[in-house]
Design a protein around this ligand. Structure first.
Ligand code: HEM
Length: 90
């Protein structure tokens, strides 16, 4: 989805909206600072598994993930109105 997001695919945007919400303020409330560790771990795994790993490929992974994660984090900051917590009208 992160890679599809980079291509501007609408379905990827919707998937990241949902992920951003589940990881965001109103649900798991993951501190945005944690995503750097997530990217570092993912890059370490790619390095271990891909014999064609190179610094250029590492940069491509980091750039692609960062764009999607930035979107996911911004989607997770949005407060949605919880109708159940609103006082009853009338
Ligand atoms: C350090 C950062 C992160 C932490 C601590 C974290 C934590 C978690 C936890 C605890 C769950 C299980 C929630 C549940 O099923 O009840 C989860 C689910 C999931 N996470 Fe993360 N996550 C992080 C980053 C990410 C990132 C960057 C992505 C996407 C690239 C991602 C994708 C998912 C997906 C696809 C699920 C399955 C559940 C769902 O669709 O909401 N997570 N994450």
């Amino acid at each position: 989805m992160m890679i599809m997001y980079e291509d501007g695919t609408q379905v990827a945007k919707m998937a990241l909206d949902r992920l951003g919400h589940s990881h965001g303020k109103q649900e798991m409330n993951i501190d945005p600072k944690m995503y750097q560790y997530w990217i570092d771990s993912m890059v370490a795994a790619v390095k271990e598994c891909d014999p064609q790993f190179s610094p250029a490929l590492e940069k491509q992974w980091r750039d692609a993930m960062r764009k999607g994660i930035n979107y996911m984090v911004s989607a997770g900051q949005v407060e949605t109105i919880n109708l159940k917590s609103q006082p009853a009208l009338g």
